[in-house]
Each structure stands twice: as structure tokens, then as C-alpha cells.
Design a protein around this ligand. Sequence first.
Ligand SMILES: [Ca+2]
Length: 487
Amino acid sequence: MFQIPAMSLSRRQRGCGRTFGLPKRDRNGKRRLRVWLQAHRWLRHRWLQQIATLAVSVALLLVAHLIDMRRAIADPRSRPNVILVMADDIGYECFGCYGSSQYSTPHIDQLAREGMRFTSFHAQPLCTPTRIELMTGLSNVRNYAAFSVLRRDQKTIGQFFREAGYATAVAGKWQLLGAEHYPKRFRGKGTWPTEAGFDETCLWQVDRMGKRYWSPLLSIHGKNRQFGKDQYGPDIATAFLIDFMKRHRDKPFFIYYPMILVHNPFIAPPGTSPEAASTPQLRFEAMVAYMDRLVGRLVSAVDELGLAENTLILFLGDNGTNRAIRSKLGERVIRGGKGTTTDAGTHVPFVARWKGTIPAGRVCDDLAAVCDILPTLADATHLSLPEDLDGRSFWPQLQGKRGSPRSWLYSYYNPRPEKTRPVRMAWDHSYKLYADGRFFHISEDPEERRPLTNWSDNPAAARARAKLQAAIDSFPKKGQALLQFPP
Ligand SMILES: [Ca+2]
């Protein structure tokens, strides 16, 4: 109950009261009018008070929110450094943490123990198709023009980070400009590394095509430099990035490291014994071990600089292993599947570490793909992105939450559109459907040797087929940018 304050009525107020139809000589009526007017004034007064209180509360909330935002921006955890490492031509079957005892990958295995490993991560079957997806977060059906060419009208991961105030660097292999050894109509039609958002660059195969391992020809800050015969390209790229990290330890940085290793030619890396270099297979295994050592060198530098709890490190492969390579995994011998659309062509390792933020030692079985990396990094670092990307963020999963896992993956693959025909496919953990109707039980038949013909008798297969058909139908049938280059 509230108390009505005592107050006298003005002549005007009394006059007002009469307009409400009270009898002129009714004393009780006048008293009721007085009480009503007093209550009305009090309520109006009270209402104004409430409006004022509400306005002050909203203002205080806004101020608190702004203070929180400023704190969040000032908190290094909201703008972590990001190091994105992608090895060249290596599937999941070549890593200790994925069950291999044939290969030696102790540093990447340790990264997995200190972070999270994905068991069902997929890339495109070949270099450029994967790199375009990584740079743009889009399926190849939207923007793939030609092999070795990233259309220069595309917004890239480097540009997003640079615009957000990050220092950016790329070292390793580029292959996105159209170098001198490609047909003339593709040469120079793609994107320079600086145009793609990278401040500092140390890259093999930008405009020139020299050697990648010993006696490498590297483009450093846009100038081509020929190194000597005792100098090893992968060492130079790694040292370049460690130096960049040291110089930018006090501000957020984004490092993209598309590694030069372990693509053919299979040439022994530094320190390989003659016995370990006697066959291409053994030299490949030595290259894998050296690639792992370089990742270890980079991670050690992060830890020694005291940045482990402020740096998100990701490692993946860009496509399956070279087809000349055989790798034992449990009872299976897996032939490298680079360039093919089977599991051996697309199934790559994916490991992420951010000490104190990503729970250590976790394994995630969710489906994920290369085009998901850009949205995931945007989530982790509070970048804003367009909403029409094909990728889906798995940042919740990296924090140990359930997230919104994919129920299928989709691929449009047409690496050399001047001579290849597009392959369109969708798959989940169990089944894969091609747009031409081929349908496989991939968890039982990963090499896709036995197309399913009686799937309609199996309700689970029929349901999966309908889901995968809908996934394929949700994308355009034809590539949008094949052999088209902006001026
Ligand atoms: Ca590759």
C-alpha cells in the first residue's frame, strides 16, 4: 500500500474535477475528487520517477557494457595470436597421434596432448583447391578460377586479420599468383601475398619457380632471392617466422605458415643418415620427421617468449599423402591418396593448442573442413565476417563445448577446369554420395571399391543418402568463377 500525500487543490484542478460529471453539491463527491486528483498527481510523479530511474539504469548498463568491452579488448585472451600451420601433401595416417608407429612426429603428438585433435577433418584433394578455401572460407564452387590462382577480388583471411589490427606474416609456399611456369593465360592472374593481407612475406613460388629445398629461390618481402646449395628452404621460412614473432610479441599477430615440406621431390633433409636416405619412401619419412621438428621449433619459440597462454596454434595437412607413399596404420596399409576424392585424398590431421583455453588431451570426432577455419578463427579472436561463408565455426568444440557440429561435409572439386570435370560430393562419418549417383559405405569401404546398389533396402543408408543428396542440392551445380579473372 502507498500513502497519498496531503495537498490542496487549485481552482483549476477543482474545475477539472467537475468535467468528470460529479454532482455539484455532493460533499462526498468533492472529497472523492480530491483524493482522486491527489492520487493522479502522485502517480504521475511516481511514473516520472520510474522513467528517470529506468533511464539511469539503462545508461549505467551501457557504461558497464562499454567498460567490459574495453576490458575484453585489453585482455590478451580476447585477441590471441594465431599461428596457422599447414603441411604440404600429408594425410592423417602419417602421425603418431593418429596411431602411426612408422613415422616420428613427437612435437605434433605433444601439441595434440596439450590441446585438441580432430579425427574427422577434411581438406580438398589438392593444394590450390584447399588453399582457396582456407583463404576465403568458401567452397570452391563459389570462387575457384584455376590451379595456382586466387582471384584477387576475394576477401582473404590475411585481410580480415590485418583490418582487425593484427600484425600479419606468411612464410612457406604461396602458389596463388600464377607463377612463371604455368600457362601464359594464368600467369600473374592471381593474388600477391601483400594483396592478400600479409605485411611480411618469405615464400617459395610466388612469381618465380625455383627450388624449394636445397638452393631455394624465395621471394622475401616481394624480392626474389637465390640461396646457396647448403641452405634449406624450410629452415629459412621457419627462422623468418620466429624472428617475426620476436619482433611482434607485444601486439597481436597472425602467422600463416603453409609449409614447404613434405611435397615431392623426396630429397633428404638436413642431418639424414645415408641409410635413412636410401629409398624415396625412407626419404619421405625423414622429411616428415624434419617437418615435425620445424613445428617443434616454432612452438618452442612461442613458449620461450611466454606467449603459450596467449597464442592459438593450429596444425593441419593441405591434402592427402603423395600416391607413391605407403603408410601402415594398425592392420591397414594406406596408399597416399593425393588428388583423389577418397578418404586418403581428403582426410588430414588437425590439431589445435591454446594453453589454458583449449582443454588439454581432448579428441573431437565431429566432422570439420578447411573452409571452417576462417569462421573458427574469427570466433576465437572476435573478428566480424560476412554471414554467407560456407564454413562453420568449431570454436565451441575447441573450448570443450558441444557446439553445432556438421551433419555432412560437401566438396566441389575441379582443380584444372580447362581440362578436368567437376566432382561434387557430400559425406558423413558413414556414407558418401557423389552427384553422379555413386554411393559408398565409407566407414566399411574407405577406398570406395564397392558402390552400394541395394541401399533402398537399408533404412539407415536410405536416410543418409537423402540427407547427402539434399546437401549436394543446396549448392550451385556449376562453379561460379571458372577461368574468369578480374582485371
Ligand atoms: Ca599439397
